[in-house]
Design a protein around this ligand. Structure first.
Ligand code: SF4
Length: 74
């Protein structure tokens, strides 16, 4: 597997922005502090270079709103 996707569960996220601080090259932040994918996708791509930081973000998200998922097939 060459990459994973960072999935954000919007029903859980409360926009504190910790994930933005851990993944500044992947996530921007809107005016309310909610994460926005810089690639404008719903689930931004996480390559090997950002995998450790992404795993940290998943583990540290105070709302358990983040997950790493495999790319969709097809
Ligand atoms: S760390 Fe979690 S709760 Fe905070 S903005 Fe990111 S996804 Fe939302």
């Amino acid at each position: 597997m060459t990459h994973l996707l960072l999935h954000i569960d919007w029903t859980r996220c409360d926009g504190r922005g910790l994930c933005n601080e851990l993944l500044p090259e992947i996530l921007d932040r809107d005016d309310w502090g909610y994460p926005l994918a810089r690639d404008h996708s719903g689930d931004p791509t996480i390559t090997r270079r950002h995998l450790t930081a992404a795993r940290d973000a998943v583990a540290l998200c105070p709302r358990s709103a983040l997950g790493l998922i495999p790319p969709r097939q097809g």
